[in-house]
Ligand binder design. Sequence first.
Ligand code: GCV
Length: 779
Amino acid sequence: MSVCARPGRRAHAASALLGLLVLATGCATSGRNASGPGGGNMGVGGGTGTAETYPVPAHPPPDEDGSQLWLRYPKVPIPGRLAEYRSALTHVVRAGSSATLQAAQAELVKGISGLLGATIPAADQPTGDGALVVGTPSSSSIVKALSLAGLGSVGSEGYLVQAATTGGRSAIVVAANTDVGVLRGSFALLRHLQCHRSVQGLAIAASPKIQRRILDHWDNLDGTIERGYAGRSLWDWSSLPATISQRYIDYARASASIGINGVVLNNVNANPQILSSAYLDKVAALATAFRPYGIAVYLAAQFGAPLHIGGLTTADPLNASVKQWWVSEANTIYQKVPDFGGFLVKANSEGQSGPGDYGRSHADGANMLAAALAPHGGIVMWRAFVYSDNGTDRIGQAYSEFKPLDGQFASNVMVQVKNGPLDFQPREPFHQLFGAMPSTPLALEVQITKEYLGEDTHLVYLAPMWQEVLQSDTYAKGQGSLVARVVDGSLHGYRMTAMAGVSGIGSDANWVGSHFNQANWYAFGRLAWDPDLSAQDIADEWIRQTFSNDPVVVTPVKQMMMSSRQNVVNYMEPIGLVHMMGTDHHYGPAPWVNSLTTANWNPFYYHKADATGIGFDRTATGSNTVSQYSGAVRDKLASRSTVPDDMLLFFQRVGWDDRLPSSGRSIWEELVYRYSAGVDAVATMRNTWPMVQGRIDGKRYGDVASFLQIQHYEARWWRDACLQYFASVSKHSIPSGYAPPAQSLQYYQNLQSTCPSDPTKPRCPAIYTGSPSPAILPP
Ligand code: GCV
């Protein structure tokens, strides 16, 4: 049998103009010509878009509940591309027998059959043109015979997806060095097809730049989810280990399709019972279900577990009995789950126990656990989310505590750092620890669940925020020392790399509380695979798979998504304000709160607004926390002339009548303008959404429309409540040209007693009245 791989062609993006919309008809390429020490992604060939016109559906597409996520596989509606696919993919050559290869084959058959509108048959050998060959050189004699040149460089999770000939017949090959690589390549091919890209000259090579790409579930053993807005936990502990629901498998399919390879099953505010033998049997059952999809299980471990379930009188990490308890705990875990990933630990933070209780350091605690896991290949992810109410600036405390420990952690410990120094706010600077711990592998933690960004209802696409952090320059080793290079390990030569996302995935049919929240799960996986992908490209491919490839859908929806993050910043916390949300549930505005006994839980702590001005001075005249950044960053943030507008009040204190050079407005005027523009931007989203009506199913169309309405009312609530409060302390009034706040300050303060009645689906019916826009009045 003669075999040869065909070289690919360069991708071209076709575009056309329809009305005012630019129609990018090619799907975003699967990667760019980028590679780092940790991996690379190259999409060459097969990226060509289509000039075909998408037909207007004769009937509204059938309703969908969102449960299929981006793995919907509807029949290709454009005849040219459908014909191309039908001749390029005529049969699937059976993969090997491992559970992973079986999963890959099942997904390919399901997906391609759906896209082609006809079941694609399976065969033992290529029977003509159009064979889809999947495998590794050891599981497939055809893959082996192809001697694919690029295979050596894609590593253990990467893949090649390319056009080839085998036995003189055309074929498409998904090849990898491992079965998991084959699975990832199969999903890459399905993504390519779902985006209606051409397969002519197909040649994709990809491998992850970050080793561990992990979903952190804040799921409690009683079925609730901390900061979850999508129903109860996916994990039905009471029916485990006996029952493996299809939902677990679908969760694994979806996660695997975007490259996720780990899951922390339980909340970092951890119940030690998860480490008991009975629960470990349940954990083992989930691990077995996820293993074929290349997903390893991790657990959040409570540091005080030896006290609570071990019968010991101490959890001191230097105590011999404590050490031994963890060694035997690790041994038990690995007996039940041989590929267990390791522990995630929140210690000495927000009431959780930790080594500090015994006068020991974070390194002492982490290293003790690491020693127990090391013989089995497990790791410790030790969180740096620590602060106390000790009178020092909260956002400087993690740096002060962890920076001196750099180099003291065992080789299987990572320190897990939130994207910003406070707590997942709509906009924060990157965390000072990035670039400051050259000898300690740092994992980046982001929050997919939108605790501070509108919970389930608000349409906020988070990839632009994560991209902003990843592409921030720490200057740790001069210009170009991006956070992405810290996290992918290339800046400091880290031995381990990881990115974690707090999932919020629950048992709602749509998994994450809203159809658009799915984009954030999707984008997390794609950015963890390649932190240099663009938010816009990710949005493009997500829309095509989740809603439609029709440019009449793709273009406006992408515009909505790409503007959504700045919109939420504007209507919640503009020009560097943070932490102004309601107490405990974190829903709705409450900038006036200043009575909590923990000072740094008060919104007032962060804005310090009074008659003289507003903002937290973190320069040398204030807390000087800005000095924790390296020189160039520090100088930029500390100077009034260079600090970005969106960071202004985070780092500096200003007078109400000071002028912002960029706009010429006073600080007060700028706040009024930003809040108002944010509200009216939601009106724009609401006006844009009807462009897709009839092109997508009515159920999801209606769900999104009603959430946009809620978002619009809530944006106005944020604006009116915050402006009323700041007007009262600054003694300024709303300038002409802007709508006056709908209600008094007292009205908004009183809402705290009724809103929300249910923090897991937070709503405030009292404010869903009137017309939220225009907030900026027409001239
Ligand atoms: C799991 C914030 C959240 C908490 C969360 C904590 C953390 O404070 O509000 O719910 O606790 O972050 O990241 O540990």
